[in-house]
Structures are given as C-alpha cells and as structure tokens.
Design a protein around this ligand. Sequence first.
Ligand code: SF4
Length: 227
Amino acid sequence: MKRKRKMGKGLDEKRVEQIIEILESEYPNAKTALHFTNPVELLVATVLSAQCTDERVNKVTQDLFRKYRSVEDYARVDLGELEEDIRPTGFFRNKAKAIKSFCNDLVEKFNGKIPGNLEDLVSLSGIGRKTANLVLGEVFGIPGIVVDTHVLRLSRLIGLTKNTDATKVEFDLMEVVPRDQWIRFSNLLILHGRAICIARRPKHGECKIVDLCDEGIRWKKEVGSNS
Ligand code: SF4
C-alpha cells in the first residue's frame, strides 16, 4: 500500500523518538525472547507462544527442534505425535493442527521454503500479519510492526492510536514510527508491556515514559489533584 508522506515531523513522531530513546536505555537488548535458528523454527515457536510464556516455549523447542529439522518433518508427522511433543505449551491440539496446516501449505505452495514477503506469508493457513511481520523482521530484516496484545494496549494508552483493530493500529504506527525502527519499536513496547505497563495494573509510578504517555499524564494530574 502506498502511503502519503507528511512534510516535517508531527508531535507524535517527536514523541515516538523520545519514547524509543528512553525505552532503548531501559531495554538495551530488545529482541524476541523466542529461541530459533531458521524461519520455520520461528514460525513454530510463535504458534506455541500463544497463551504460554516464552521460557516454557524455549524449553519445549529445545527437544522439538532437534527432532523436527524441516517443514516436511512437521507436514509428515502423525498429528497425535506432534500433539504429545508440544503438550506442555497448552492448547496443544489446536497448536499441532495449526503447525501441520501451515507446513502442509508450505510444502504444497512454496516447495517447503518460507516466503520472504507479507502477501505470501499471510496466505499460509493460520498465519496472520503479526506472525508474518515478526518473521519478516527477525529473519529477513524487512521492517514491519508486530502488533501483539502489548503493542496494541500500549499504543492506545500512550495515545498513538484510537483503533482497536490490530491491522488499523499497525497502519497508525507506521505513520509515526520511523521505518528503520519498526521492528525495534514493537520489541520495546512488548518488553515495557511485560515489565511495567502490565494489563489492568500498569505501574505508572515506575514508568520512565509517563510524561510522554496520555494515560500517564492523566494519572499524574489525578494524583496531583488528590494530594
Ligand atoms: S505511563 Fe502508565 S499507561 Fe503509560 S506506558 Fe507507562 S505504565 Fe503504561
């Protein structure tokens, strides 16, 4: 999609620059915590990470990635066997089905290779823009904004979007985050969402970007007027 370029920097662009600078010093090693050595491993780990901690996923994939070396290995395996191999990550039946289905697609449509573009990635069964952007960014170095639950929540709280639909939020963020920071910005918000801006109990008082966040500014006013 072609997007109109705005002249000069707006308030949100400047705010985003400051947020990135502050969060970078808070989380200097911001990148996905999932362990992987190739694109199919990242796809599998991402599916397993739904409703499961990255630590647990990494524990399970240690053995899993030794056993399954290629897309074809997942496509060929008996569903029940794969379910058992990933059971500790929870929702293992749905996850095994999802893994087998996108691996079957990869074998049938792409000769077992992971495509390096968004359109083809989202054509795979069960792969949405979030996972596709993650793979493009982490594996192919192609910028994309990963809108997971943390990125969506924080972007709304900070005031960078009013939307609730992940794709619309992604496009809103693309307008204000510099393209070369798209991957980094998502990773920083994810880490901040886990450490400080926790769902339903954000620690505004410990937040280093409180003065750059609409919700934080509201909170400070409230605290000030009550003291
Ligand atoms: S100020 Fe509060 S709402 Fe805003 S990012 Fe920080 S913790 Fe989240």
